[in-house]
Each structure stands twice: as C-alpha cells, then as structure tokens.
Write a protein that binds this ligand. Structure first.
Ligand SMILES: Nc1nc2c(ncn2[C@@H]2O[C@H](COP(=O)(O)OP(=O)(O)OP(=O)(O)O)[C@@H](O)[C@H]2O)c(=O)[nH]1
Ligand SMILES: [Zn+2]
Length: 183
C-alpha cells in the first residue's frame, strides 16, 4: 500500500491549528510531500547503479582524500535536518573510484532518515565495498537542528563522528596522517 504523503501533511497542517484551505496553504501538502520525497530519495538509489562502473585500474597506493563534501540529512528521531561536511579517504588497492562518486555515495546515505554515527559507517562501508581499498576513513561534522531549534537549544555544538576501516584502523600513522590532512 502506498501512503499518500500529501494527505499526511494535510493532517499535520490541520494538527498545528491551520486551515489547509487558506490560499497560501492550498498547495502546501503536495509541495511538502514532494520536498520530503526529495530529502529521502536515497532510499530509491542503489550503490552499484550510482557508481555506474566508474572504478578504474591504478597502481597508485597513496591516500586519496576528498574533503568538505557537504551533506543534508534528516535525523531519524525528530525528522529535522542535520547539516554538515564529510571528509572521506581511502588507500587504493589496484583501483580508484571516480571522484564525484564519493560525493554521490555520501548523498545517497544522507538522503535517508539517519543518525550521524550510522551515516558515517554506511558511507565508509560502501566506499570499501566499491573500491576494495586497503583502508577507508570517513569523518563527519554536523549541526543538528533538533538540538538547535528545539530541545536543549544549543546553537554552537557540532557533532563529530568517524569510522576507520582496514589500514586506518590498523596503523596509527595512517590514521594520524588522515586526521592531520583534514584539519
Ligand atoms: N547519537 C545521536 N543522537 C542523535 C542524533 N540526532 C539526534 N540525536 C539525539 O537523539 C536523542 C533522542 O532522545 P529522546 O529523549 O528520545 O528525545 P527528546 O525528548 O526529543 O530529546 P531531546 O532532544 O533531549 O529533547 C536526543 O538526545 C537527540 O539529541 C544523531 O545523529 N546521533
Ligand atoms: Zn533529532
């Protein structure tokens, strides 16, 4: 059974005490449903399809880092945005991945209902799966609207999460190099 999200938003608008027939709100349920579909479009994406074969043979075994990939996600507890940046690194093991695909992988998992820790891990595991790298590191910083706009109301706190796989987990030097380069 497919849920009519526009109808759900109609209930929310009525629930906050508004009149859905008011001129400014007439199209809002449909707009909001469309916006929500966009914000969660990661559910409709598939890792292999998204990478589209953009993995290339390479002899390079030096750390590759993509820094400052902005992302927009929704916290699964409040359905409020958390917004931040991801730094992703890997150490190639015979192949490299198309640069844009790393950002696409971040987006695919960010555009779901998430907590930051799981988002970080899912991105790291996906990059590892696709590249079969010697190691993958993902570090994310984000500001959570559920902590800023409501609840505890802290405007300047930022959450930092990281996941280290393979060489980044095993070697302190590799980990330190990554942490220094993203500083
Ligand atoms: N670890 C983690 N916690 C998150 C994330 N996003 C939101 N939260 C937290 O999830 C928790 C949910 O706590 P609850 O007590 O069930 O919900 P609540 O009453 O709305 O909590 P408050 O936000 O403290 O008002 C809160 O502490 C949020 O700050 C996230 O990405 N990671
Ligand atoms: Zn939240």
């Amino acid at each position: 059974m497919s849920i009519d999200m526009a109808q759900c938003f109609e209930h929310i608008i009525t629930g906050v005490g508004e009149d859905v027939r008011r001129e400014g709100l007439v199209k809002t349920p449909a707009r909001a449903a469309q916006a929500f579909e966009y914000l969660t479009r990661g559910y409709g994406q598939d890792l292999d399809e998204l990478v589209n074969g953009a993995v290339f043979s390479s002899d390079s075994d030096e750390m590759v880092i993509v820094k400052g990939i902005e992302f927009y996600s929704l916290c699964e507890h409040h359905l409020l945005p958390f917004i931040g940046q991801a730094n992703v690194a890997y150490i190639p093991n015979g192949k490299v991945i198309g640069l844009s695909k790393i950002a696409r992988i971040v987006d695919m998992y960010a555009r779901r209902l998430q907590i930051q820790e799981n988002l970080t891990r899912e991105v790291a595991e996906a990059v590892l799966r696709v590249t079969e790298a010697n190691g993958v590191a993902v570090q994310m910083n984000a500001r959570h609207m559920c902590m800023m706009m409501r609840g505890v109301g802290k405007q300047n706190s930022e959450m930092s999460t990281s996941v280290m796989l393979g060489a980044f987990r095993d070697s302190q030097n590799t980990r330190n190099e990554f942490l220094q380069l993203i500083r």
